[in-house]
Design a protein around this ligand. Structure first.
Ligand code: AMP
Length: 217
């Protein structure tokens, strides 16, 4: 089972992606997570991606295609995957479609997260992330201990560089110019698009996603 999560930054793709992955028994693959880990570890991939990420720009399509190829081919993803933030440009959608076909697999759905821009700005500017478990928190200040029980609460909350106001503005512009056209591309190419209202409690949004994906899920 392969599901692409599409939607603007701050729409909740990461959080809902985790939930859907746990419920459907497949991994969540997020290029943003792979890139942030590479930046933390200072690998060549991280060094290449860091500047673009900090500005709120996209990293080059070839870099993303390399990550997709590696992760989709991994044994973990044999049963399927939830692809979070993986497709951000039309060339990436084309590349992923070819990759999926060459693996003899099919895309089940594109799950589209719908949230108004004002709400996105409010969410992103109030977001901090645990530097240990990478979980996002809203309305909690940087510097506080994360305190989350699953990871022994060892982390400290930090503000992602790309959650600073300038980068948030840039990311929303980039979404409009480069990622939103991907929705139409999938529509033209016959993908099943499931649009959900992504404003509500985590449980409400998850329930809408599962209902939209259909009773067999
Ligand atoms: P995210 O965590 O999905 O918001 O991604 C954080 C940043 O990583 C983005 O703002 C981009 O700089 C980069 N990134 C993640 N996924 C992609 C992608 N599919 N294409 C290009 N850049 C990406």
């Amino acid at each position: 089972m392969l599901i692409v999560l599409l939607g603007p930054p701050g729409a909740g793709k990461g959080t809902q992606g985790e939930r859907l992955a746990a419920r459907l028994g497949v991994p969540k693959i997020a290029t943003g997570d792979v890139l942030r880990a590479a930046v933390r570890e200072g690998t060549p991939l991280g060094l290449e991606a860091k500047a673009a990420m900090d500005r709120g720009d996209l990293v080059p399509d070839e870099v993303i295609m390399g990550i997709m190829k590696e992760t989709l081919n991994s044994p973990d993803a044999a049963k399927g995957a939830i692809l979070d933030g993986v497709v951000r440009t039309i060339p990436q959608a084309e590349g992923l479609t070819e990759m999926i076909q060459s693996l003899g697999r099919e895309l089940d759905a594109v799950l589209l997260f719908d949230v108004e821009t004002e709400e996105l700005v409010r969410r992103l500017s109030g977001r901090t992330t645990c530097d240990s478990c990478q979980r996002p928190f809203f309305g909690r200040e940087p510097g506080q201990p994360c305190g989350c029980t699953e990871h022994n609460g060892v982390g400290t909350l930090t503000r992602r560089r790309d959650d600073e106001p300038e980068a948030v503005r840039k990311r929303l512009e980039v979404y409009k110019a480069q990622t939103a056209p991907v929705i139409d591309w999938y529509r033209r190419n016959g993908a099943r698009i499931v649009a959900i209202n992504a404003v509500g409690t985590l449980d409400e949004v998850e329930a809408r996603a599962l209902a939209g994906l259909g009773p067999s899920r």
